[in-house]
Write a protein of this length. Structure first.
Length: 271
């Protein structure tokens, strides 16, 4: 197990843009529910404004996007012919009208082919629910991802979870009927791909997306309590007091909250 120590209590979180929150990673994949596509569009814009060539894509399905350049091809990306920022997708699903995603292997191959490009990827579907539980084949995260962001609807705080709130609720029935508080949020994070050993080499970022300005103080308070719970878990894990056998610490973990659409976020690092 990776040996890390929780640091001293930080009075105030760090503040910055979405790209700063993900440590200006070159390949970023968003999963979860509650604003992934908003995050994808915002981060693509921020990287483009910084002067980097950026390609957005999906490994699942998304509704049609408005981009300066679009490329539809399931097998390859034409780097020399395409204006960036560009959205790359495989085709159109007739029943829903959604754009179909590129396979993980093809995305990885494209990332390795042209290392100068930045990539923003939507790697999970949630069918417009507010929370996501995962089947065995999910999420679809490219192996070349440097950063992965678990997006959670920040407006769930204090509300009782219903079946309609959760995509694949049958896979996490014990969450239904519970009030979404700090303890339940931490339980959810522990059960998520953040702690899955398959993705342990990726830097992880948990984002509570709150898109109105009236929840700033609540956001700050909940984020601080969540950080404390994370530090307690880390101490227990390193003392071997409470270490589920299927949990492995990710390479890096940052807890964040804020308005992804505006790119205004605050965060704490657990390690």
């Amino acid at each position: 197990m990776k040996q890390v120590k929780s640091g001293a209590v930080v009075e105030e979180p760090k503040v910055g843009s979405l790209w700063e929150m993900v440590r200006k990673a070159q390949v970023v994949t968003f999963i979860g529910a509650g604003g992934k596509t908003t995050c994808l569009n915002r981060l693509t814009w921020e990287i483009d404004q910084a002067g980097h060539p950026v390609i957005a894509t999906t490994t699942t399905k998304v509704y049609p996007q408005v981009f300066p350049s679009l490329w539809q091809n399931a097998r390859e990306f034409p780097f020399l012919e395409t204006v960036v920022p560009c959205f790359w997708y495989a085709g159109v699903e007739k029943a829903s009208g959604k754009w179909q995603g590129i396979s993980v292997d093809v995305v990885d191959s494209a990332i390795l082919k042209e290392p100068k490009y930045f990539w923003v990827i939507e790697g999970d579907g949630a069918r417009e629910h507010r929370l996501k539980c995962w089947a065995a084949h999910e999420p679809q995260i490219p192996r070349c991802s440097e950063a992965a962001v678990l997006v959670i609807d920040g407006h769930l705080w204090g509300k009782k979870l219903r079946e309609d709130d959760i995509h694949r609720f049958e896979l996490c029935k014990d969450f239904v009927g519970k009030v979404w508080n700090t303890e339940l949020a931490w339980r959810y994070i522990l059960s998520s791909p953040v702690f899955n050993e398959l993705f342990g080499n990726i830097s992880w970022f948990v984002l509570f997306n709150m898109w109105d300005k009236g929840h700033v103080e609540q956001e700050r308070a909940e984020l601080s309590k969540l950080k404390k719970l994370g530090e307690e878990f880390l101490d227990q894990t390193q003392d071997h007091l409470h270490t589920p056998s299927d949990i492995r610490l990710p390479h890096h973990l940052r807890l964040s909250a804020g308005n992804a659409k505006e790119g205004s976020l605050r965060w704490y690092d657990l390690w």
